[in-house]
Design a protein around this ligand. Structure first.
Ligand code: NAD
Length: 283
């Protein structure tokens, strides 16, 4: 264990959905570094197991669990496994989330000629309701169901909290991705609702709003076939005062602070981690 700074996290049971992915695998490792017992839940069981194995090889305590955040039965099975192995859950990170290409427009703005455009152009009028539904389900229902299942472990215990993963686009929508923007706005709103609802039983709920991190889900929007930045990526960097994309490690400090007792009077906030993107008007 490397220099644990948040002593109260030691021995706690942390459940991280989407823990096999880029950002949340780093969060899983950071909790393990504080001496927490980390259950990594992911649709891709293999990915969850790999991260768990990596943590265990470094002397941490971790368990990979295959689970679908959109199926309550699957989450209940996961809870049973986690309870059996690590005890009841103290901290839940709702990390599973993402976008879908059919909920995304090809162009930033609409012009009249687009009505006569070829098949390849996905205008607003060609957005697929099923793709939009997929994105709302994954991000919102995929936060609701794990919260329903794992907060049952937290009622009656002290020092429990939930961390949701929202996004920059929750504050102001990003161009082209109306479904993902709307779904993440719902996650931020739900974070506040949950904070109010669970305050009497001492469960705190906060969220991170990561800015732009180059990961698998946005790689095709931000880099071309040669790995060079797309015009969209260049625009992002021009609007990020710190002039770089985020690194997964940039999320660690805020995550540990928001889930540890060091933030024990903080609930219902969404913290931007964006290199100044949300502060900059572009002029
Ligand atoms: P990622 O795709 O690397 O990780 C997401 C993980 O969720 C994957 O391992 C995937 O298998 C898992 N998952 C997908 N559907 C699932 C389901 N139904 N049940 C269980 N697991 C499922 O993505 P990431 O970039 O690490 O994103 C993590 C979170 O951060 C997401 O909520 C994402 O929306 C959010 N986010 C990412 C960025 C970014 O720039 N990458 C910015 C803001 C917010």
């Amino acid at each position: 264990m490397r220099n644990p700074k948040y002593q109260d996290l030691k021995g706690k049971t942390v459940v991280i959905t989407g823990g096999g992915g880029v950002l949340c695998s780093t969060l899983a490792e950071s909790f393990a570094g504080q001496g927490a017992k980390v259950a990594i839940l992911d649709l891709k069981k293999e990915a969850a197991n790999q991260i768990a194995q990596k943590i265990v090889e470094k002397g941490g305590i971790a368990l990979g669990v295959g689970a679908n955040v959109l199926e309550k039965d699957s989450l209940q099975e996961a809870r049973f496994l986690v309870n059996e192995k690590f005890g009841t859950c103290d901290i839940l990170v709702n990390g599973a989330g993402g976008n879908h290409p059919t909920g995304t427009t090809t162009k930033t703005q609409f012009i009249e000629e687009d009505l006569n455009a070829t098949e390849d152009l996905r205008t607003f009028f060609k957005l697929d309701p099923e793709g939009i539904q997929f994105v709302f389900n994954l991000n919102f229902i995929g936060t609701l169901l794990p919260t329903q299942v794992f907060t049952l472990d937290m009622v009656g215990k002290e020092g429990c909290s939930i961390l949701n993963i929202s996004s920059m686009n929750a504050f102001r929508p990003l161009t082209k991705i109306p479904a993902y923007s709307g779904a993440k706005a719902a996650v931020s709103n739900f974070t506040q609702w949950l904070a109010v609802h669970f305050a009497p039983v001492g469960i705190r709920i906060n969220a991170l709003a990561p800015g732009f991190f180059l990961t698998e889900q946005n790689r095709s929007l931000l880099t071309d076939k040669n790995g060079d930045h797309t015009p969209r990526a260049q625009t992002i960097l021009e609007h990020t005062p710190m002039n770089r994309f985020g690194e997964p490690e940039d999320l660690v400090g805020t995550t540990l602070w928001l889930t540890s007792n060091q933030s024990k009077f903080v609930t219902g906030i969404t913290v931007p981690i964006d290199g100044g993107f949300s502060a900059y008007s572009g002029v």
